[in-house]
Design a protein around this ligand. Structure first.
Ligand code: ZN
Length: 461
């Protein structure tokens, strides 16, 4: 495969800031430039300034750039290159793309910001190498995107993936869009703030009273109130977890994705609290219990996601190819070159030893998603927890390298091994399901499981 040396510009045009990046065809960011949006003056001029600066920072020129993507928090007509409706961009011009095309002689493509954030997660984030992904971003509003077979779902009017306006509570609270009971009207930070105010008006107390009354409850404040055990906040956020979980269940039935990625300010700050609730709702889905392979993951790209997604759009459009993730975790190797791994077979296990592919091993071991068998270094757990019977996130990070969807843990003959709370949170955040079983059952379960899978097995103390 010949290396594509083209560069791509991606610009995240937000209500308060512009982030421009220069990225390679593999999605590596070579330069970033962030500017605050000034309310006066043309938005096109400000974007052009950010683009010129980021090109200089990356040590390149527009002549080296194969395409530019513009991500806007708006309804767009990407074929006509028009911003159709942008309630959160006060000085947006419908012809933003053409204004920039006058200054930069490269193909320019326009897209919706959260749609592109989802595409970026598939390119370089939590969804690397995953074909079918739904992204849900929970912040001031709720946005999302759907990537099928590596391609962003556009729909006939370019408005697919408006997950925030899926009705999850018929005749529920009024949404900013005018409809009632939208996902956004129940699960966004704006909805949380409204519920706090309603609770306070009904005589409840909360450490977030002042923030709720002045109208700016930040995601970090929610996380703090949860950490401090604030009762009203905990109650509201538990409901939010319920709504998000039910939203994921509905989306799963419609889209049948391999993975759902959750991101945005609220998820980033309160993911530890919300993910287990969402996970529980999804696992409790009666319709699909027998085929329970959906992976849930937290987004990994944070502030870069949307700008990188805009670069991904430019890459996909200029290469004329359905977008495909080409980068593995180690970097450099195209994913399509990896053959399906052959997993070692657990022939038998007895107290103190396991026989793997005909070979006896008298040690704890693990097998990674890529099929690699490794001997466990027990001193990692002993040094940290004083016993080899505790599995923490550091050790699990080694075991789940390569991204299994299922981790089978052989807990020993006496089932002594347990996971720390952070280890469980870590696995959830990585979208890895796990099963803790007595070691002999774990060996059988691993042999029988469909990949991508990993095994950790406690054989001897
Ligand atoms: Zn709505």
């Amino acid at each position: 495969m010949s290396a594509d040396r083209s560069l791509y510009l991606g610009v995240d045009v937000g209500g308060t800031k512009i982030l421009a990046v220069v990225a390679t065809a593999e999605g590596e960011i070579l330069g970033r430039k962030k500017l605050r949006v000034a309310r006066e003056g043309s938005l096109g001029d400000q974007i052009a300034a950010a683009v010129s600066e980021v090109l200089a920072k990356a040590g390149t020129t527009v002549g080296e750039v194969a395409g530019m993507g513009l991500a806007v928090p708006a309804v767009v007509d990407s074929r006509a290159g028009l911003v159709v409706h942008a309630p959160n961009l006060s000085n947006a011009d419908a012809h933003l793309r053409d204004q920039l095309a006058e200054r930069f002689p490269v193909p320019i493509f326009l897209g919706n910001d959260v749609n592109l954030g989802t595409l970026a997660e598939v390119w370089r984030g939590a969804g690397r190498g995953v074909a079918n992904v739904v992204g849900i971003f929970v912040g001031t509003g709720v946005g999302g995107g759907v990537v099928l077979g590596g391609r962003l779902l556009a729909g006939s009017e370019d408005q697919a993936g408006e997950i925030g306006h899926m009705v999850v509570s018929v005749d529920g609270p009024r949404c900013g869009c005018g409809n009632a009971g939208c996902f956004e009207a129940l699960a966004s930070r704006t909805a949380i703030e409204r519920e706090l105010r309603e609770g306070l008006a009904a005589g409840r107390t909360s450490s977030l009273r002042e923030a709720a009354e002045t109208g700016r409850v930040g995601s970090g404040m929610l996380a703090e109130a949860l950490g401090a055990g604030d009762e009203l906040t905990t109650e509201i956020m538990t409901r939010v977890g319920h709504y998000l979980g039910q939203g994921v269940v509905s989306l799963r039935h419609i889209v049948d994705p391999d993975m759902v990625i959750l991101g945005g300010g609220v998820m980033e700050a309160c993911g530890d609290f919300l993910m287990p609730l969402i996970e529980a709702e999804v696992r409790g889905d009666h319709l699909r219990r027998s085929r329970d392979v959906l992976r849930l993951a937290l987004s990994e790209l944070g502030d870069d996601a949307v700008a990188l997604g805009a670069a991904a759009l430019a890459h996909a459009e200029t290469s004329g190819q359905p977008f495909r993730p080409t980068q593995t975790e180690e970097g450099g190797c195209p994913a399509e070159a990896d053959p399906a791994p052959t997993y070692p077979h657990l022939d038998s296990v007895s107290f103190g030893a396991a026989v793997v592919n005909g070979k006896e091993l008298a040690t704890d071991l693990y097998i990674r998603a890529g099929g690699k068998l490794k001997a466990r270094k027990k001193k990692l757990a002993r040094g940290r927890y004083g016993t080899s019977h505790v599995l923490g996130p550091e050790e699990l990070a080694k075991v789940i390298k390569g991204g299994p969807s299922l981790l089978i843990i052989g807990a020993g003959f006496q089932e002594m091994v347990r996971l720390t709370e952070d280890a469980e949170a870590f696995l959830r955040a990585q979208g890895v399901r796990w099963e803790l079983l007595p070691t002999p059952e774990a060996a059988e379960a691993f042999n029988a499981a469909e990949g991508p899978k990993a095994l950790f097995m406690h054989v001897t103390c």
